[in-house]
Design a protein around this ligand. Structure first.
Ligand SMILES: Cc1cc2nc3c(=O)[nH]c(=O)nc-3n(C[C@H](O)[C@H](O)[C@H](O)COP(=O)(O)O)c2cc1C
Ligand SMILES: Nc1ncnc2c1ncn2[C@@H]1O[C@H](COP(=O)(O)OP(=O)(O)OP(=O)(O)O)[C@@H](O)[C@H]1O
Length: 279
């Protein structure tokens, strides 16, 4: 994972910034970044709600350094004070890029027209970016994921939705009764709707085709699990504690089976569907 590189950047060199929450770093956010100059930077206002690309996972989706501002620390500033803060943090600031609906200052009282009044440099306002006539926003991408509409979410994201998890020990019956899986514990990321997904899994810097399951293991211990089975690889040894899953397509919902044999047959069927997709 590319951690924020902003600490290594000399703020004096930054001459343009894009401002927003930027959860997801989706295609509309990228359009804002396209309007930055060579020495641009991203100002990410942290509300604590980011779940598509939580704070420490955002940098990998842009070459521009990200500087984080905690909303709690700036929410009492009025519009003029907020811009003053940015100008004092970035002494060479000449351009600000925001979207059509950008609000700033205490109680979100200031709008884009106010920005033009209080900032004495160039202000670039990006009109609402849409895909198939549908506005692109993080909140809609979250809804797509929660409905299992991964392909739609991925189009809006401009990339495959990816989560990071910690490798944990499972029940230990997968390999014996079904197929081997890597079990994960997920903290900060939004999980798509429960079910079975064609996916890719990144383990120890290698990306593998996979099939992933999210949900309560209704057929075995009933516990909630995030599990991924790597296709065509037996006995993969996982060294790194952190494993990534990219979601591609939901193939079915989670189900309760009357016997282990029925679950096993369904899992083998899922694997065949995934193999047809990949190979
Ligand atoms: C592709 C796939 C599909 C699965 N589908 C279901 C399911 O529909 N219902 C269910 O109860 N468990 C499902 N599971 C979870 C299995 O119950 C689980 O892998 C098994 O209990 C082994 O768990 P373990 O890895 O913790 O040992 C699925 C697992 C995989 C890999
Ligand atoms: N569809 C869009 N078109 C143009 N600008 C956008 C669009 N979505 C967001 N922006 C701009 O990107 C910046 C970041 O916005 P923000 O983090 O609120 O994204 P969002 O996708 O609208 O999120 P949410 O759905 O949670 O409100 C802001 O300057 C905002 O105006």
């Amino acid at each position: 994972m590319k951690r924020s590189s902003s600490i290594l950047i000399n703020k004096e060199n930054i001459d343009s910034i894009a401002i927003g929450g930027f959860d997801g770093m989706h295609i509309a956010h990228q359009e804002l970044f396209n309007n930055l100059s060579q020495n641009g930077a991203i100002i990410s206002i942290e509300t604590g709600y980011a779940s598509l690309t939580p704070k420490n996972y955002r940098q990998e989706y842009s070459r521009f350094p990200i500087f984080y501002y905690d909303l709690q620390n700036i929410k009492e500033l009025n519009g003029i004070e907020f811009i003053k803060l940015l100008k004092s943090d970035f002494k060479n600031l000449k351009k600000i890029v925001v979207g059509f609906d950008f609000c700033f200052g205490k109680n979100r009282a200031c709008k884009v027209d106010d920005l033009k009044k209080v900032f004495d440099g160039e202000v670039v306002i990006i009109s609402e970016i849409k895909l198939d006539n549908f506005p692109v926003h993080s909140r809609y991408i979250r809804e797509f994921l929660l409905n299992g509409q991964i392909e739609q979410a991925n189009r809006f994201l401009g990339k495959e939705y990816k989560i990071y998890g910690k490798h944990i020990i499972g029940q230990g019956i997968g390999k014996k009764e079904f197929v081997a899986t890597i079990n994960l514990s997920i903290d900060e990321f939004l999980l798509p709707q429960n079910g079975v997904y064609i996916s890719k899994t990144i383990v120890d810097d290698c990306e593998y085709n996979s099939i992933s399951f999210l949900g309560h293991r209704q057929t075995t211990d009933g516990n909630f699990a995030v599990e991924t089975h790597i296709l065509n690889v037996d006995n993969l040894e996982v060294k790194d504690n952190i494993v990534q899953i990219k979601f591609i397509k939901q193939i079915r919902e989670n189900k309760k089976f009357d016997s282990f044999l029925e679950l096993k047959n369904e899992i083998l069927n899922d694997i065949n569907i995934a193999k047809k997709y990949f190979y």
